[in-house]
Design a protein around this ligand. Sequence first.
Ligand SMILES: [Cu+2]
Length: 807
Amino acid sequence: MNPKLPYILLVGAAVIIFILSCMLLSRGRQSPSCDSQPHVVEKMGSTSQSLVFADLTPEELAQVVRYLQGNLGVPLVDASRAKPSDNCIASVDLQVPAKAEVLRFLDGGGARPPREALAVLYFGNQPEPNVTEYVVGPLPTPAYHRDVTVQKYGGKVPYHRRPMLGSENEQVGAFLEKVAFAAAPTFLKEVFEYDGTNVAFQIAAPHGFRSGDRKSWFVLFQNVSGFFVHPVGLEVLVDHSSLDISRWAVSKVFYNGQYYRDMIQLESAYVQGRISVEKVKKAPRDGDFSSMKPRAPSAALFPLQYEPQGPRYSVRDNRVLFQAWSFAFGMSVHRGLRLFDIRHKGERVAYEISVQEALSVYGSNCPGGMSTRYMDGSFGIGHYTSPLVRGVDCPYLATYRDVHYLAHSQVSRVSKSALCIFEQNLGSPLRRHYSNLQSLFYGGLVNSALVVRSIATVGNHNYVWDFIFYQNGAIEGKVQATGYASSSFLHGDGLRYGNRVWEHTLGTIRTHSINYKVDLDVGGVKNSLVAHDMAFEMVRAPWSPEQQIERPRLTKKVLDTEDQAAFRLQSKMPRYIYFAANSKNKWGHQRGYRIQITSFAGDHVPEASSMERAISWARYQLAVTRRKEEEPTSTSIYNQNDPWTPTVAFADFINNETITNEVGWGPRGGGQLSTVGIALAPAPARGFTCPMVKLGLDGAPGSPPAQDLVAWISVGFLHVPHAEDVPNTVTVGNGVGFFLRPYNYFSEDPSVNSPDSVYFSSDQDAGVCGANPLACLPPTAACTPHLPPFRYGGFLNLSLALPAGGL
Ligand SMILES: [Cu+2]
């Protein structure tokens, strides 16, 4: 034996072990972690400018409360435990400075407007109880307050119009349990096995039939998870109009199709066996069919999105930058999500885009259901904005922001991670072409868009509010509805008002209407409103005059009064309607942004209704008005509780004012330029002329004189709950909204400058990274996303309150 053999074998073995362990190690090696730093450099404007729109901070809210406590000269009780006969601070929110002032600051180098708050005070402890609104400033150290009530509403706001506080809800709940129910112990015990804890209530609104009423139907449900679909058949009308709680009274009772004077009458009728009882099977605590607990074992994970090279947007304070876009965001305690100073390439496109109101009108053969017309702004769309769950409500890796608000309490609360911002690859092309004619190539652009989202949970219903920014210069506003469908107890002719969705549950018919304010400023503050559409003109074929051609042509119209620019729900609206700038694009067209609405809305309520004016914004799918500082919102938080004397009636905004200047100018609205369906145009042989030629490209010499305009957009849909609304309503198909799309605003699609385009031709090797960015994905996107640990702060510092009214 070769004496060296053992050494050779040893060395060989060592080499093999080394190689094997290298292979093992490299196999187990993690790919590098993806970048989590935003790859955006601040380019346009500065963050501090956006702060004029920023929500009040907890410190500022506390300062305002302290100031009011010390300077109003009256005792203030904490709203969270105030009685109707007390004075309290109902809410404090940012007082958005006047637009002119903000623009002087943003664009004209003017002074920063003073930072101010708007405080809503309930004065129940005064000879003439009322609601007063104060502007308090300057923050952070308030030194003055100004009563703006009369200036805003043309008079005092009577106390009965005040939105219900959480404390009033609790007081009425306590009245029901302690006073009302005490009068019908046998009925409650034997029919519902009532034990003081096993019923939940939902309150209907508005609270009566005429100004001053505060009589609310309370619908009773089994107190289980998802109680909204567990009605038990009992509804109680409580008169809580008196400021003295001891004088509250039951004014009517409804059980299983019959009305009773009060609980005493119900009890005696029951004891005497004169009631037809419909016993509802006791549901388990988790609600059984209404439970949202998982019913299937978890399986393979759903797809996730990640950002291989870090976020391509940045969020600093309340300012967002994404590609050519920048904007500021905020949350109104009453109205919800709002955006300001929306710019593309540094140029302002819109000054404000905001949610105004969410209305829901119900039908039922039960009293609570049939009298429900919820106006969520009154409850507080921002107030009820809910903490978002990473991975379901928004993508796991989205950027989350807390929302601080002060409402129904003298201390501010936080809704953790209640706003999310993320870029989303929609997994479809924004543009593309596959060419197999003449030349062989593929060109495409990834449709990746930035989304800002909040979700409000007002009672049973949840609204998902999105604003989406696309690479082609379009902005989308979208709302999707989900949550539990509230319901009525099925009895009698209930099926006239909806579908039966469970044993005793009638999913009641309801409409959803949403209103948005869109203050577009296209190429400057002043714009005109222009409509383009298509009409057929009959012409003889120029080359064959005996033949007729039905030729589509472009019709153009400048809308120059508010009346012309108010489009009723069912009316025919021009298919292209846009805000036009004074400037032109490279091709001589007025630069514009078009409003395109996606809606399935029907009648809101008949116009003869005594409360129609309170929701008259819903008459119009689109109404464009002159922008006025005195018309900041399309409705008022006081409309819900006194819709019969609306504090703000949108219909009054439309008073036929001109929305262009009076100065004489070209063909105007009314003078429709089209040749819709008229006699044949002259054949060329007889001197054919195209009417367009005389008008120039935009139908007018020069640009029309303009005004600062606001578009009020209403969208909606009908919801007839059906079996599949159990356990609760899906977002799919329950979405409506609008697009703001560039219309000759640019001289070509601005997404040509997107870094996301993909192009390769037949003579290139598409598999090579240099020729095709997609071929670079294996190396550039091989990183592992860094997923932060899951946390949820949504249940912190919460006490289980009685449910507010919802949808
Ligand atoms: Cu609904």
